[in-house]
Design a protein around this ligand. Structure first.
Ligand SMILES: [Zn+2]
Length: 274
């Protein structure tokens, strides 16, 4: 009886992994670190979004200190990071000194960040530092054509979508990144995007050019404005998992039934075998 169960399990797992391969997905995974900090891993790649920030304002989840120390030290599972992405320069997303220190220590890692954030780094350290050879400052203006980048087998694009509260804070460059890993899995990180269709409609061709497996919107996209419509129809994303969730999870978010990440260390399978 016991032996039969083992054989059955082995056959089932074999079938599942074969099915995954047929669809070109081999199990990319997202790990939640805090606020909008996410690590996405796949066999050939590892990327981080908004991982180093100094302030949760007492509301948002900080990256736990043990996790942050391991990340800064490059200890597994935070070793060999291909790229760090910064959505915008607010203190719950970006810490100038920590990002500089990280790049000084991890020569294999590239940084993609708004030019505004890069300018802050150049005030904080020698602007001729060799780290800037691995820094891609993105100087997009609102309604500019998206930028695209290739990093090894990783395809990246960025578009500037205004920060929540628009037209307030319009001067803050908030970037929506889309990254396709070597196995074809595509993720989207939205920073603190404003949930208003007027920002997203001009980029219809951009969203439709590539199917996103999992988008990571700030949780307010599930709750108001055009957020639900943008997630379900505009972005061309199969699934959405909320981030930037307050430590005291809003009752209306729980009631919405939306999926979200709020506990450091939580994971989600990113690839979708359909
Ligand atoms: Zn924020």
């Amino acid at each position: 009886m016991f032996g039969k169960t083992i054989v059955f399990l082995a056959l089932t797992l074999g079938h599942l992994s074969a099915a995954a391969h047929e669809h070109g997905h081999t199990g990319a995974e997202a790990t939640y670190l805090g606020n909008e900090a996410i690590m996405v891993t796949e066999d050939g790649a590892k990327i981080l979004f908004d991982p180093l920030f100094p302030n949760g304002f007492g509301i948002y989840q900080m990256v736990p200190s043990d996790m942050r120390s391991a990340l800064m030290a490059g200890e597994a599972p935070y070793d060999n990071v291909d790229a760090i992405f910064v959505s915008h320069m607010h203190a719950d997303h970006f810490e100038v000194g920590a990002v500089i220190a990280y790049l000084e220590r991890h020569l294999e890692t590239r940084l993609y960040a708004p030019q505004q954030a890069v300018e802050l780094m150049k005030v904080e350290t020698d602007p001729d530092s060799a780290i800037f050879d691995r820094v891609i400052g993105i100087g997009l203006e609102r309604l500019d054509t998206p930028e695209t980048y290739t990093l090894g087998d990783i395809q990246i694009d960025a578009v500037r979508i205004p920060h929540a509260g628009w037209p307030g804070r319009a001067e803050i460059s908030n970037l929506v990144f889309r990254a396709t890993l070597p196995d074809g899995t595509t993720v989207m990180h939205m920073g603190d995007a404003d949930p208003n269709l007027v920002h997203f409609e001009p980029y219809e061709d951009h969203w439709n050019a590539k199917r996103t497996d999992t988008a990571f919107p700030p949780y307010w996209f599930f709750l108001g404005g055009d957020g639900p419509l943008i997630l379900s129809q505009t972005l061309n994303a199969k699934t959405a998992v909320g981030v930037h969730v307050p430590m005291v999870v809003p009752a209306d978010l729980i009631a919405s039934g939306a999926d979200y990440l709020s506990v450091p260390g939580e994971t989600r399978a990113v690839s979708d075998a359909d």
